[in-house]
Ligand binder design. Structure first.
Ligand code: GLC
Length: 653
């Protein structure tokens, strides 16, 4: 059962698309403190709190404060309160009935989940304006389904987007891209996508091309496509200020950029230096920007990633001027600790400053709204602009789209990647833990930067991380500039890495089926054990194993130099120890605790009783997967019992 309660005068986010009956009387469960602009609710000792999508820490969110305030945050350590997304849906379960709350408000809101007081959940609002959806039921997973029904169907990418993709900031020219394709081809490792980061553009101008580095782009796109590789360019939120640059001049002329309160230009800096931000909250501006994707679609491009759309701001013109002015006070002075801190604070405070977010305004279809009040739906609306445009420009065929910043509702237009993680072992675990939380909020097409974005990766880390990403719908290896190269063919154990990626391709009939069932049934693809076995106390507290689809549990190794790990089996399972898609052992394991060995070149999959895992023959790209020759691993089940989902992988549904 779902009921909607409205507090104050919330700005519509359009994340909920199905009418929900208004609840009678005051908001249940919570006590409201108008002066403090907060809601609080007591937490029972055994209650767990799940949700909030892409955040730091474990799956059970108890014991920390999370702030929905979309931030370009490259440090995903456990002390961070905000990352790139705001996904304000939580479930409380473990004692009696299951309760769910969706706090729909586009501004800043914090979730103090037992941080100030262990037995209290406190939600603090910047503005006490929100639609609050209250859900009640018996079972966490069915409650998620109910929630997902009101927010609309999840984005469905083309099937080729389930292949493996290689990325780096940046492949600087066509020859570098060709070298990556050659590297994979020579190693015999399947590859479906190569990502183009910001340097494919002319001076970081959206929808332009660096003609010198990528001459005859259209021919290059088609050359790569003949090799079964799709190029996926990045699009950034900020539009470079430059006379004669069509996107800038048009946006200016039509008044589609955000402005300061007095209507003057809000100018900030991102990659190209000075930029203007399109007003994605304005329907006309959205349509205009969305139509620009056509410039690349017309050249044969079929997928994009939207970035820096929190929006990330390096500094604004006004703040930079103010800081330069203030700096003169420090010149020639003896800077003691306090002065030094002041100085550094000023410099570091230039980026993503709350003051800047308060100093520009949107035109939400006739109504002027200050940015900070709608900050968390900016990236959502950029990706919505793209999604709506793709429906017009490519009405029959699906286009790949995923975004860094998000809010619930954006899951209808695209997937997400989890941003700038690090080549750290702990980030393999974080990647795993973020996946079910994202699925709860509707984001099914998701994954992390495999191998880690920042910092230098090691071979064993890339191998273990790849073993996790084999199961994430978005499977992309991406790394930052100045980090060690981490294309799979750069390592010594190419043969093992090749087998893993081949295994991914062998599993695509299963992964795609399970993804599609989740998308069409408003369900989850990655399911926490706590949802699958809510009566099992051990399972409920297990946070490093998850179900991937209906048939299997995965329990990746995420510590260096380990040759295995402990797993908890909530029921009897069949362990499949894969060394390759056609080289594996099977072993029956009883419910309970086990130490299972896993050499670096072994990937463990736990098949549930009564279930089946279909496997294709290794293929070099998604198009070549042979659905006619599937084999099946089963555990007390007939292969015929498996419901395989097939379609042409391209037509919109
Ligand atoms: C941001 C993105 C990263 C990208 C970089 C350059 O940091 O998160 O993925 O490589 O910008 O575009």
């Amino acid at each position: 059962m779902i009921r909607k309660y409205t507090i104050g005068h919330p700005i519509a986010t359009e994340s909920v698309v199905v009418p929900v009956p208004a609840g009678e009387g005051p908001l249940p469960y919570f006590s409201l403190d108008e002066a403090e602009k907060s809601l609080s609710l007591g937490l029972g000792d055994n209650e767990l709190v799940y949700g909030l999508g892409e955040t730091v820490r474990g799956m059970n969110k108890r014991g920390w404060e999370y702030i929905s305030n979309n931030t370009d945050e490259p440090h995903h350590q456990e002390d961070r309160r905000s990352l790139y997304a705001s996904q304000n849906f939580i479930l409380i379960f473990g004692e009696g009935r299951v309760k769910g709350f969706y706090i729909d408000t586009p501004g800043r809101v914090s979730f103090d989940i037992g941080y100030s007081h262990g037995d209290e959940l406190k939600i603090r609002f910047a503005e006490l304006d929100a639609d609050i959806y209250v859900l009640e039921g018996e079972n966490p997973r069915s409650l998620v389904r109910e929630f997902r029904k009101i927010t609309g169907r999840s984005y469905i990418p083309p099937r080729w987007a389930f292949g493996f993709g290689q990325s780096r900031w940046s492949y600087m020219n066509a020859d570098e891209v060709r070298a990556v394709a050659d590297g994979y081809e020579k190693a015999g490792i399947p590859l479906d996508m190569i990502y183009l980061d910001i340097d494919y553009m002319d001076h970081y101008k959206d929808f332009t091309l660096n003609e010198e580095a990528f001459p005859d782009f259209e021919a290059f796109v088609s050359e790569m496509k003949q090799r079964h590789i799709r190029l996926i360019p990045i699009i950034d939120a900020g539009v470079k200020i430059e006379e004669g640059y069509e996107v800038y001049e048009e946006g200016l002329e039509k008044g589609y950029f955000v402005t300061k309160e007095d209507g003057s230009d809000f100018v900030a800096a991102v990659w190209p230096g000075w930029v203007r931000f399109p007003d994605f909250l304005n329907a006309d501006a959205r349509r205009w920007f969305g139509d620009k994707y056509r410039l690349l679609l017309d050249k044969g491009i079929e997928g994009f990633w939207n970035d820096m759309n929190e929006p990330a701001i390096f500094f604004s013109q006004d703040r930079l001027n103010a800081v330069f002015e203030a700096l003169s006070d420090y010149k020639g002075k003896n800077l003691d600790l306090a002065k030094y801190n002041e100085l550094m604070g000023m410099i570091w405070g230039l980026g993503n400053s709350p003051e800047d977010y308060r100093s520009f305004w949107h035109n939400m279809n006739g109504t002027r709204v200050r940015h900070d009040r709608v900050h968390n739906i900016y990236g959502y609306n950029m990706t919505r602009a793209a999604g709506e445009a793709f429906e017009r420009l490519s009405p029959d065929r699906r286009i790949l789209m995923f975004s860094r910043s998000s809010y619930i509702g954006m899951h209808r237009s695209g997937g997400v990647w989890t941003g700038d993680n690090c080549s750290w072992w702990s980030h393999i675990l974080l990647n795993l833990q973020q996946m079910p939380a994202l699925n709860m909020c509707g984001f099914l097409y998701c994954g992390g930067d495999t191998g880690g974005f920042n910092c230098d990766a090691t071979e064993d880390l890339v191998m273990r991380w790849t073993q996790l990403s084999i199961f994430t719908p978005l499977f992309r290896n991406h790394a930052a500039m100045n980090t060690r190269r981490q294309e799979l063919y750069q390592f010594d154990r190419i043969a093992d890495l090749k087998k893993f990626v081949e295994l991914r391709y062998a599993l695509i009939p299963y992964i795609y089926s399970e993804f599609m069932k989740a998308a069409l049934g408003d369900d989850m693809y990655f399911v926490p054990l706590a949802f699958a076995y809510p009566e099992d106390e051990r399972a409920v507290r297990t946070e490093d194993q998850i179900l991937a689809g209906e048939s299997i549990m995965i329990a990746p190794v995420y510590t260096q130099n380990a040759r295995g790990r402990y797993v908890y089996l909530p029921e009897d399972m069949k362990l499949i120890r894969f060394r390759a898609a056609d080289d594996y052992d099977e072993e029956l394991l009883e419910k309970g605790d086990h130490y299972v060995k896993a050499e670096l070149n072994e990937l463990l999959v736990f098949l549930l009783r009564g279930h089946v895992l279909p496997l294709a023959k290794p293929a070099s790209c998604v198009e070549e997967i042979d659905y006619a020759s599937l084999t099946y691993i089963s555990y007390d089940s007939d292969p015929g019992q498996y419901e395989l989902y097939t379609d042409d992988g391209e037509t919109r549904i």
